[in-house]
Design a binder for this molecule. Structure first.
Ligand SMILES: [Zn+2]
Length: 131
């Protein structure tokens, strides 16, 4: 908000009106830009008419399951590559394995199993030991 006080120099924009009008006309005559359309790569298994948010669930069902604490019982279809990417990212941000499990909606034991499998497969470097 422009607050003018007594004694401030007055800015006269009248000589720029023609420029403003030209700019406004240019904006008004521009063709509308095509809108981006997001295409869901995978439909949810619970409601195939909705996009998959995670674990085959649409957003509403996922949030409901999350609130009811049911997510750990729903099997994820996360591939090892996806698990490794998620795990490495969260680990690099300083998360503990327990926090990583929480963030991924996985049981701690499931994360530990997936971690050991990934390390054995050479897809993941072992956790750094902290004393
Ligand atoms: Zn659903």
């Amino acid at each position: 908000m422009l607050a003018l006080r007594l004694g401030d120099p007055v800015i006269d924009l009248r000589d720029q009106l023609a420029d403003f009008e030209t700019a406004a006309r240019r904006l008004l005559t521009q063709p509308a830009r095509p809108r981006l359309v997001l295409v869901a790569a995978r439909p949810a298994t619970c409601h195939p008419d909705r996009p998959n948010l995670a674990r085959g669930l649409c957003r509403r069902c996922y949030q409901g399951a999350w609130h009811r604490g049911e997510l750990t019982g729903i099997r994820t279809n996360r591939t090892q590559a996806q698990f490794v990417a998620d795990y490495e990212l969260l680990r690099s941000e300083g998360y503990t394995r327990r926090q990583i499990a929480e963030r991924l909606g996985m049981a701690y034991d499931s994360v530990s199993h997936a971690y050991r499998r990934a390390v054995r497969a050479g897809a993941l470097t072992p956790d750094r030991r902290t004393a």
